[in-house]
Design a protein. Structure first.
Length: 154
């Protein structure tokens, strides 16, 4: 277990390069996730609103079948789940970046070892079940919405 001040200049340079590379990677992930979330939420909401309003306008609001209502509800649930999924991704990336900054600072001050810095980052980067439930739930809602929509046309 080595502290920053106890390592050779060559190893110090290699670790600084790695820290800078990781810092840049996490920053880009945080930025891209935020941009994607904003774009996706706008496009999905606008597209869903246009499609539903077009359908309602074409058949008339008094003639809407229950299947059409279920379809609309499924698409709305899918949009909400996608939104929560993107928000969770953004917050996860943001948390990784925040802790990476804190831990690299502690490493440079000899408060933690390189091994601790690296292993804690690995632990925080782990996915959980929610990372799968939200997007797959949104996909399931989309499929159900399509099925109900198709049934409304029959």
């Amino acid at each position: 277990m080595e502290y920053y001040s106890k390592i050779t200049p060559e190893l110090r340079k290699a670790r600084l390069d790695y820290i800078n590379q990781r810092w840049g990677q996490l920053y880009e992930l945080e930025k891209e996730t935020a941009q994607d979330a904003i774009k996706m939420l706008f496009l999905v909401n606008a597209g869903g609103a246009v499609a539903n309003l077009s359908f309602i306008g074409a058949i008339g609001s008094s003639s809407i079948d229950d299947f059409a209502k279920y379809s609309l509800a499924c698409f709305l649930v899918g949009i909400i789940l996608v939104g929560f999924s993107k928000a969770k991704q953004f917050h996860h990336m943001s948390r990784l970046f925040k802790h990476w900054k804190r831990d690299t600072s502690a490493y440079f001050k000899d408060k933690i070892t390189w091994e601790s810095l690296d292993s804690e980052d690995d632990k925080r980067a782990a996915e959980d079940i929610v990372d799968y439930v939200l997007p797959y739930g949104a996909f399931a809602a989309f499929l159900a919405g399509c099925a109900y929509g198709f049934s409304a046309l029959l």
